[in-house]
Design a protein around this ligand. Structure first.
Ligand code: PMP
Ligand code: GLU
Length: 394
């Protein structure tokens, strides 16, 4: 069948593809350690499941004609209390995961050919979503010297003919976490231009050490009218399978996203919204989230140390999220086992075929020198996988 140009221009998601492959290999009895999906290994907290089951038992199983009011109010209260943002419930749309929120936002805000500035390394779905909306992704390259962060000068140079700046802090795949001052300096440049900002704050609660999280739109009173803030429950509450995200921003943009969804998916699953309400209102939430954060931080520190102890591997300490993104390029040019390793793709292939570890090649994130390993997995897995990587590269 003849496919559209739109879909032909899009590659499949490497993160989803490699994760699926690793799961399949495991189910077939292969000995694989998966560092692929950025997905908490913790189960969804009990109090969230409890309220979801109650909603199910009470017959909350029909179409949700409107977005759940109590949930939108709870998210508005969260944005006010935790993020310093004053947002009405009408300025929030619940979506099927953060991924869907971003997808919808590109659809309603990008005209054909409009440019979206995406700092590298970036989450692999951003450029593909931009292309699906008819826009043009423009990579803003970063370097280790700037801590893999874009600079205000770089943004000023690129801003002229672009429509959207995409920010993701803490970031996937490198855990890059901008300081409030760095974000403010970027905000000052944004305010000199016509750019709008998509701030993907999905890793908000996963911030380590002295790093601090701040919502981009809270940095200047003129920012809320040109910022869309994306978030969701997948990472914070270990709810990846529930497909719950949300986007907050100006009412016209949010209204348009809701209009699009009314023809696309209707509203997120009825009883899952009851679980989301529990996540944002139950007094038990803060402690559970903090417990997971502390554990991710401990694993991340350990993984970084072990990676740096391997010959020819260099890894910056992630400031947040749950990924290490080491530079392994000094091994390019070698033959490992029977694999000629020349780039991140062949490196990942050698890792999977020779020692059974699944990692994501950096080329999927616009940085071919690196590969991504998630530490959203248990310590035993981490140690087993890193023993194998050490063996592979020795
Ligand atoms: N943004 C980033 C940076 C991510 O890593 C992810 C991971 N899935 C998402 C958005 C979307 O997550 P979800 O659709 O599960 O909410
Ligand atoms: N965002 C996670 C990751 O990068 C989950 C997979 C996906 O949605 O891409 O691994």
């Amino acid at each position: 069948m003849k496919l559209t140009q739109r879909i032909q221009s899009v590659s499949p998601s490497a993160t989803i593809g490699i994760t699926t492959r690793a799961k399949q290999m495991l189910s077939e009895g292969h000995d694989v350690v998966s560092f692929a999906a950025g997905e908490p290994d913790f189960d969804t907290p009990d109090f969230i499941k409890r309220d979801t089951k109650t909603a199910l038992d009470a017959g909350d199983t029909k179409y949700v004609p409107k977005q759940g009011k109590a949930l939108l109010q709870a998210i508005a209260a969260k944005l006010r209390d935790e993020n310093g943002l004053s947002v009405e419930p009408e300025q929030i749309a619940m979506t099927f995961g953060g991924k869907h929120g971003l997808f919808c936002a590109f659809q309603v805000l990008l005209e054909a050919g409009e440019k979206v500035l995406i700092p590298t390394p970036y989450w692999n779905s951003y450029p593909e979503q931009v292309k699906l909306a008819g826009g043009e992704p423009v990579a803003l390259p970063t370097s280790p010297e700037t801590g893999m962060k874009i600079t205000p000068e770089q943004l000023r140079r690129a801003a002229d003919d672009a429509r959207v700046l995409l920010l993701n802090s803490p970031s996937n795949p490198a855990g890059v976490t901008y300081t409030p001052e760095e974000l403010k300096a970027l905000a000052d440049v944004v305010l000199e231009t016509d750019l709008i900002v998509f701030s993907d704050e999905i890793y908000e609660k996963l911030v380590f050490g002295d790093n601090k999280f701040v919502s981009f739109a809270s940095l200047d009173e003129r920012l809320p009218e040109r910022t869309l803030t994306f978030n969701g429950l997948s990472k914070t509450f270990a709810m990846t399978g529930w497909r719950l995200g949300w986007v907050a921003g100006p009412s016209d943009a949010i209204g348009a996203i809701r209009r699009l969804m009314s023809h696309m998916t209707t509203n997120p699953v009825s009883f899952c919204q009851a679980g989301a309400l529990a996540a944002y209102t139950d007094p038990a939430a803060a402690e559970v989230v903090e417990r997971m954060r502390t554990e991710f931080e401990r694993r991340g520190r350990h993984m970084t140390e072990r990676l740096n102890a391997i010959e020819g591997v260099e890894c910056a300490t992630p400031g947040g999220a749950f990924y290490c993104f080491p530079d392994v390029s000094s091994h390019y040019g070698r033959t490992i086992g029977d694999v000629q390793v020349g780039d991140s793709l062949s490196f990942a292939k050698a890792a999977l075929e020779q020692v059974g570890i699944a990692l994501i090649p950096g080329c999927a994130f616009g940085e071919d020198r690196c590969v991504r390993l998630t530490f959203a997995t248990g310590m035993d897995q981490i140690n087993d996988g890193l023993d194998r990587l050490e063996k592979l590269l020795s």
